[in-house]
Design a protein around this ligand. Structure first.
Ligand code: UD1
Length: 407
């Protein structure tokens, strides 16, 4: 299994290109299920999760074609064609690797009248149930059956009527599933307490380009009028605000300065405000609040800040698995419940470390960039799920970082 070796101490300077957003890509790709016509996505990041989602679509009968990207290019262009679906089932072996597979549920039931998806099971950053996804589809007229580890959604008569979905808590994925199901419903749907993340806006923009009728884009109340059919479209995936924020933390901890080429500051206001104000009290919250996906990277950066900082994780329980690893590098962090107190230390020291999720792995990279000596990060496959060619991007701005395989 590959490992990443970092020798800390170099200041990062220069230009760092920002890739297309992973979380956006994973909700734009299932939109291909909604039409017989081709959907082309540009600026699709080269990531393990994007490949897995492509395989899932292939299993459903969707063809995926990647256009002439050279190995040196960042991003790719993918055309997906769902002329005729050959299956409506997302099997366990794919879903267990990638939770985002649940995002085929809404579009499949909308297009084919039924969908079967394996239950995702446990996840390293908490329970992560899918009850809100199911309740939303039910509110829109679907019948839900649970059996043998699978959930089946059925549209009576082959087409969902639509309805009123009121979420008790904000969920990005459940909002996405509800939207993708609503666009082809017989009637109208209202989604209250919808997530407002920029990735949801990206999804709405693709659906609009495909001929959907949606109003309230970017607000907590979305109104969708179902249409008979959607058509194909070509769409550019938004820049990854979490990747950009991660590299901003990396530059900051090294006392360097990088230009995040292609980043969209409007999507990153809470992160930018927190960077300007570093050393503050910070809580994760749904957009426009501070993203939970930036919590681990921020914590790593604060390990070297002057004084103490207080971070509270309100979205996911059990999202502090990077804390013991950072502590092994000399960080001073105390966790009580959902709150972590980080006291800045003079120096961090390199160590062999590993993490159990994507953003936690990135926090170890960030700490490694300033740690004395060598840090060895294992389980690199977590990073490959969400950071396009991380070591290449970081070496180009001066980091001493390499990937090694041990055969
Ligand atoms: C998405 C992102 C993930 C990010 C998260 C929060 C993707 C592929 N992933 O995940 O990177 O960390 O948003 O910004 O886009 N919940 C329920 N029942 C449900 C669904 C969610 O209780 O049916 C809870 C979750 O356990 C969590 C909270 O709602 O506590 C928010 O989760 P949600 O917004 O749904 O996250 P994801 O869509 O899974």
């Amino acid at each position: 299994m590959d490992r990443i070796l970092i020798r800390g101490g170099n200041r990062l300077t220069g230009k760092l290109p920002i890739s297309g957003a992973k979380n956006s890509a994973l909700t734009l790709m299932p939109c291909a299920l909604l039409t017989e016509e081709p959907v082309t996505l540009r600026n699709l990041p080269r990531l393990a999760d994007v490949d897995s989602f492509g395989h899932l679509l292939n299993q459903l009968g969707v063809s995926t074609e990647i256009e002439g990207a050279r190995p040196s290019d960042f991003g790719r262009v993918m055309t997906m064609r769902a002329g005729r679906l050959t299956s409506t089932e997302a099997p366990y072996d794919i879903v267990r690797k990638m939770r985002a597979s649940i995002l085929v549920l809404g579009p499949l039931v909308a297009r084919a009248g039924e969908a079967t998806v394996s239950l995702p099971g446990g996840c390293s950053i908490g329970n992560r149930p899918i009850d809100l996804h199911l309740k939303a589809l039910e509110a829109m007229g679907a019948r839900i059956e649970l059996a043998a580890g699978y959930v089946k959604a059925i549209a009576p008569g082959g087409r969902l009527p639509g309805g009123r979905v009121a979420f008790p808590i904000v969920s990005v994925g459940a909002t996405e599933n509800a939207l993708m199901a609503a666009v082809l419903a017989k009637g109208g749907t209202v989604i209250e307490n919808a997530a407002r993340e920029p990735e949801i806006v990206d999804l709405c923009n693709l659906l609009l380009a495909m001929g959907a009728s949606i109003s309230g884009v970017g607000t907590e109340r979305l109104e969708i009028e179902g249409v008979e059919r959607l058509h194909g479209a070509t769409y550019r995936v938004m820049p990854d605000r979490i990747e950009a924020g991660s590299y901003a933390c990396a530059a900051a901890i090294t006392g360097g300065s990088v230009e995040l080429v292609g980043a969209k500051p409007d999507d990153m206001r809470a992160t930018i405000a927190a960077l300007i104000d570093a050393g503050v009290t910070l809580s994760t919250a749904p957009f426009p609040g501070f993203p939970t996906d930036m919590q681990a990277q921020f914590m790593a950066m604060l390990c070297k800040a002057d004084g103490a900082s207080v971070l509270t994780e309100t979205i996911f329980e059990n999202r502090y698995m990077h804390v013991p690893e950072l502590a092994r590098m000399g960080a001073d962090i105390q966790v009580r419940g959902r709150t972590a107190v980080v006291r800045g230390v003079d120096h961090l020291v390199g160590a062999p470390v590993m993490a159990t999720d994507l953003r936690a792995s990135m926090s170890l990279i960030i700490a490694g960039l300033v740690a004395q000596g060598q840090t060895e990060v294992s389980r690199v496959y977590h990073l490959d799920r969400g950071y396009e060619r991380l070591e290449e991007k970081l070496s180009a701005v001066g980091a001493d970082i390499e990937r090694v395989g041990d055969g």
